[in-house]
Design a protein around this ligand. Sequence first.
Ligand SMILES: [Zn+2]
Length: 116
Amino acid sequence: MNCAKCGAEILEDEVYEHAGETLCEDCYLDVKASPKVCDPWAVYTAKKEAKGRPALTPLQERIVALLKQKGPISLEEICQELGIDEVEFKSNFAPLRHMELARAVKVGKEVKYTTF
Ligand SMILES: [Zn+2]
């Protein structure tokens, strides 16, 4: 028997059912833990990758370090601190968001960025 999500082979006593699908324990817990995630597959994949070797680029590591140190911090401040532009930040922020290392928060009317 194989997991309907990740395709991993599942032992009979580790089979989980969710919404008519047969899932392995990992995928089942993912589904249960994050029912409202927009793209569970991306989160799942990113988490798996994060568990193995850290897949962060040097810039992503700098972003995480900055958010840890100064977050919640605005996009402007991040770009200023790291010398990058908005497009560069957003393309690097997406994988960090999926790995649950960084997230956006609302502070008043402003969107700021911080760590989990
Ligand atoms: Zn699975």
